[in-house]
Design a binder for this molecule. Structure first.
Ligand SMILES: *Cc1c(COP(=O)(O)O)cnc(C)c1O
Length: 371
């Protein structure tokens, strides 16, 4: 049997007949950048994310950049975030000349540890940027408390977490601003790059809207210097069609996750495999299903590969160990939880189309690994 890490074809085939006419229609109109599809997607995603405003842009990375720009983050400012994340989180901060200040993660959820955030705050801290990793919200209540007490805004990197919840509150709606990615492999994925900024703050959303079109207040009048990061109509149209399935897909992912966890708990394994922890009172949308294998992670991944099961490590090198962030002065050992997560975690195949047989096979193959 073959169980690839990802299978985007299955979703495409099921939607082909709906996608083709809309794509044709956009070609007929020759209206490709910012338009009705983009506006409709913004409205739909804002509502879904429990926010009043949403601004489409060119990628999740740009959504982060725009959110930071709209907070005037610049040279010398500090932004507190997790080192155990996709590169864009730290990259966006550094690109503006600001300093990413990393604090370690919780060992069980892989999200930023709120207890470590407060001691990292200085007079230069401009924002706190939790990442909702793998589709589960960071522990937001203590982070919101810190934000309330200090006045330092929260930017939620919700690229992996559209529709995820913490105590009934949706990802992106809790802080000042949330950022989303519609990269093809995300739970809601386009046919290329796209992203969105969501917020309940009207002035902030308006500023992001200007910044995405070079800071223009009208076509040729510029109040400030922005970037070109607009949402394509083709992407928006594809995303709008897929949007109506998103909630069902995320629920299916959560069901598949529960199945993996049940099968793993029943399996008799000669080595330790810890299923992911689901925080109480949350909604985990399982962008990734990540197990922890303290001892034999790489050999297990190789064994699974040889048996047709795709896996991947998200992420093998924490940001503080990236060459380009060497100037920040962190060492090996600076963030032990992030470093051991990088060494011990492994993502298994998860998507709405994954079958019971495939999941059983994956767990059988884990069981057949002999350390
Ligand atoms: C995917 C992702 C991004 C960047 O999104 P792109 O659309 O790929 O630019 C940022 N942060 C996290 C946590 C992500 O997973």
């Amino acid at each position: 049997m073959n169980v690839p890490l990802l299978n985007l074809q299955a979703q495409y085939v099921s939607l082909r007949d709906k996608l083709r006419p809309v794509i044709d229609q956009i070609f007929e109109s020759q209206h490709f950048v910012l338009g009705n599809h983009g506006r409709a997607l913004e409205t739909a995603v804002a509502k879904y994310s429990q926010t009043q405003f949403a601004v489409g842009c060119a990628s999740g990375s740009d959504a982060l950049l725009l959110a930071l720009m709209a907070l005037d983050v610049s040279e010398g400012d500090e932004v507190i975030t997790s080192p155990f994340t996709f590169f864009a989180t730290g990259g966006a901060i550094a690109r503006l000349g600001a300093v990413p200040v990393f604090v370690d993660i919780e060992s069980d959820t892989y999200n930023i540890n709120p207890d470590l955030v407060r001691p990292a705050i200085t007079s230069r801290t401009k924002a706190i940027m939790p990442v909702h990793l793998y589709g589960q919200c960071a522990n937001m209540t203590p982070l919101l408390e810190i934000s309330d007490k200090t006045g330092i805004p929260l930017i939620e990197d919700a690229a992996q977490a559209i529709g995820a919840e913490d105590s009934g509150r949706r990802a992106g709606s809790m802080g000042l601003v949330g950022t989303l990615s519609f990269y093809p492999t995300k739970n809601l994925g386009g046919a290329g790059d796209a992203g969105m900024v969501v917020s309940n703050d009207e002035l902030f959303a308006e500023r992001v809207r200007r910044l995405r079109t070079h800071g223009g207040i009208t076509e040729y009048e510029h109040s400030e210097i922005g970037i070109n990061s607009r949402l394509d109509e083709l992407q928006a149209a594809v995303l709008l069609i897929k949007f109506s399935y998103l909630d069902g897909w995320s629920n299916l992912r959560a069901e598949k996750a529960a199945t993996y966890t049940r099968l793993l708990n029943q399996a008799s394994l000669a080595f330790t495999v810890k299923p992911p922890l689901i925080r109480p009172d949350g909604r985990h949308i399982f962008h990734q299903y990540v197990i922890r294998v303290p001892e034999y992670r790489d050999r297990l991944a190789q064994h699974l590969k040889e048996n047709g099961v795709g896996t991947k490590v998200y992420y093998p090198i924490p940001l503080h160990r990236q060459t380009c962030f060497g100037y920040l002065g962190y060492d090996e050992g600076s963030f032990p939880e992030s470093e051991s997560a990088a060494n011990e975690t492994l993502a298994l195949p998860i998507y709405p189309e994954l079958t019971d047989e495939q999941q059983q096979y994956v767990v059988e193959m884990i069981q057949s690994f002999k350390p």
